[in-house]
Every structure is written in C-alpha cells, then in structure tokens.
Write a protein that binds this ligand. Structure first.
Ligand code: ATP
Ligand code: SF4
Ligand code: MG
Length: 339
C-alpha cells in the first residue's frame, strides 16, 4: 500500500450475480451489483456510503469482508503489524484469522440477535469461537464490553427480548467489538431506530471510534446520518461509485449531477425503516440491463450526446475529490448551502 495511513484500499472491485433462466438454469446475464469500485479508508476515519436502494452498498460492504465472494478486483487491508493483506485471495484459515480485525454491524437489532441466547452468550460467542476467552474470564470480558457500550453489566443473563431497540443495537455493537477489531462495516446500523435513539447510537459509535481508533465504512440511505458521521462520503449509482469527497465538499460543492439530485430531493418516510428514504424522479436503471454510456443519462438534466455513448471515467477533480461525469469540470451544481 502506497499510503501508510490507509487501513483499506479497494481497487476495481466487482460483484456480478448471474441471472439464470429456464429448466437448465442457464446464465442469461448478470446483475452488476458492484461494478469496478475504487476506494480507500484511512485509519480512524469514517467513509460514508450513500445511494438509492439497490445501488450495491450492502454488496460492496460484504464483498470487502468476504462475507460474499467478489467476482474480480482487489481489497487490501493493513494487518496489525502494518503489512498489507490481499483479502480477495485469502484461504479459509487465513481469512478466519483476519476476520477478528473486521466486523459487521447490521441494520436490524431484532432479527440479528438469537432470541434463545443470553446476552452473555451472544457477546461472548466470538471470544469463545476464536479461543480468546472462556469461563470466568469470558464473563468478565463480556461485562467490560457491556459497560463500554452503555449497557448494565448485571443484565448479562437476560435474553434479547428484555431489551429495547437501542439496547439491542448496543448488544450488536458489543458483539462486534468482542474480538478487538480495527475496521467495522456498519450497514444501515441506525436505520431501524427512532430518531432520538439514532442520535445516541451514532454518538456511541463516534466515542468508540475515538477510544479504539476504529475505521468505519458507514452505509446509509439517510443523507442526514451520513453527513453527521462521515469524514468522507462516497455516492453510488447502479453498482458504480459516481462521486467521492470530503463530507463538506460533497455537500457544499457536489460535482456529480446525481449527488446534486440526491441533495435536493425531499426525503420521504420509509415504511421498512424509521429513517427517511430518498426518492428521485425517473426510474433507477436496471443493474442487469443498464443504459449505454453514463448509467445516469436517462435521468440527468445535463446529459449530452456523448453521455449516451461513452461511460465517464473515475477522475480526481480536486484534492481527494473524485467524480465520474463527462461534465464534472464545467457544471456549477447546487450544494446544500447554495440553494
Ligand atoms: N444474492 C443475490 N443474487 C442476485 N442479485 C442480488 C443478490 N444480492 C443483491 N443482489 C442485487 O444486487 C443489487 C444491489 O443490491 P444491494 O443489496 O447491495 O443494494 P443496497 O444498496 O444495499 O440496497 P438497500 O439500500 O435497499 O439496502 C440489487 O439489484 C440486488 O437485487
Ligand atoms: S456523464 Fe453526462 S449523463 Fe452522466 S452525470 Fe455527467 S452530465 Fe449527466
Ligand atoms: Mg443494503
């Protein structure tokens, strides 16, 4: 890895899901869920990831962690000794070892915790499975983890149903922290929570980040949450990253028409989650059969003939500001402060 402060560097990562049809289940095409993504995350920072439903955020997060197998590309992770490790080609044994360093926090604290396990067993499981602690030491460790996430450690024999939504998410966070990870993918980690509880969990994640020098890939469809927690933000559209910049730059001076459209859209309540979802005009392109040229061209008010024919390249247009748009240098787009 060229840059020492980078904990993760992703290059040309792809995940194509085969589309199978007919009696013989022949592959007739591919859903390009993650299509040639480049990104990096510095140690101790939060990279936010935003985009409409189905754009590939979860698939990207899971491919990086090898929870699903990427089709192509590279994801290099800096191990505890500072050596770069290529995640995409690790064998199962090596993968199990490095997995302690990388964890996932899910959206739904109701379904992701086993209702028949006590909190002690839920949080302690990764410690037991990895041979890190057992018996009385395990109990003590679980108590410490519970205190770290703001739970009463006397409640360690209770079952998940005895806790509120926010407390369950704290249990999920404590479990993720059990193996002492350095990188965490938070996939819609606060989306199912009430707004006031969301703020508490976001603050907890930020405090833990500071104390433990954690790096986050923070996935959310809620721009407010993304703006609050991220140091830098990536915007995805139909499997592609279309813009990435420092948070203020992205929100104040966006360079991609899709980012501008997201920022100007009115969030609407999402029936699946308590947070707000962005709905834009026009239909999202089908990732199994995307349009020619720039995938955003059918919805883009600035589209030219070139946009229909040629895909724009991922280009650095300012310090740490990347965009894939033919007109990135020419357009004066509206940010949140310039409206
Ligand atoms: N196992 C799978 N097999 C086939 N297609 C899949 C699979 N998982 C995801 N996809 C497709 O890949 C695309 C990206 O899905 P993904 O869940 O990553 O999106 P997302 O951005 O996380 O959406 P949301 O905001 O709704 O969580 C979608 O078109 C989805 O239908
Ligand atoms: S490349 Fe063209 S169609 Fe795509 S976002 Fe830029 S202006 Fe719009
Ligand atoms: Mg998702």
């Amino acid at each position: 890895m060229e840059n020492n402060s980078r904990i993760l560097e992703v290059t040309s990562l792809k995940k194509y899901f085969p589309v199978k049809k007919g009696f013989l289940k022949r592959t007739v095409g591919h859903v390009k869920a993650v299509d040639d993504i480049h990104l990096h995350i510095n140690e101790g920072e939060t990279l936010g990831l935003v985009g409409e439903s189905g754009c590939g955020k979860t698939t990207l997060g899971r491919c990086i962690l090898r929870a699903i197998e990427p089709s192509e590309g590279s994801a290099r992770f800096k191990d505890r000794k500072g050596n770069p490790v290529e995640l995409t080609t690790l064998d199962p044994k090596q993968l199990r070892k490095i997995r302690r360093d990388m964890q996932l926090i899910f959206q739904d604290p109701y379904s992701s915790l086993n209702p028949r396990m006590t909190v002690l067993n839920i949080i302690g499981e990764p410690l037991l499975c990895n041979g890190i602690a057992k018996g009385e030491e395990l109990r003590e460790r679980v108590k410490r983890l519970m205190e770290m996430v703001g739970l009463n450690s006397r409640h360690l024999e209770r079952y998940p149903h005895a806790f509120s939504g926010g407390q369950r998410q704290r249990i999920g966070i404590a479990r993720a922290l059990a193996t002492n990870p350095r990188f965490i993918v938070c996939d819609e980690a606060v989306s199912a929570l009430d707004v006031s509880v969301q703020a508490q969990i976001l603050n907890l994640l930020q405090d833990l980040q500071e104390q433990l020098n954690l790096s986050y890939l923070f996935i959310s469809h809620d721009l407010g949450v993304i703006q609050h927690i991220s140091d830098r933000v990536g915007v995805m559209y139909v499997g592609k990253m279309v813009e990435m910049a420092e948070t203020d730059a992205l929100f104040n001076t966006p360079k991609h028409p899709y980012t501008e459209a997201l920022l100007s859209a009115k969030p609407v309540p999402d029936p699946r989650a308590k947070s707000r979802r962005i709905i834009l005009e026009g239909e999202v392109a089908n990732p199994a059969n995307p349009p020619s040229g720039c995938y955003f061209h059918p919805r883009c008010k600035y589209a030219t003939e070139l946009c229909k024919q040629k895909a724009p390249e991922w280009t650095e247009v300012g310090k740490d500001h990347y965009v894939a748009c033919h007109l990135a240098g020419e357009l004066e787009l509206q940010g949140v402060h310039t409206q």
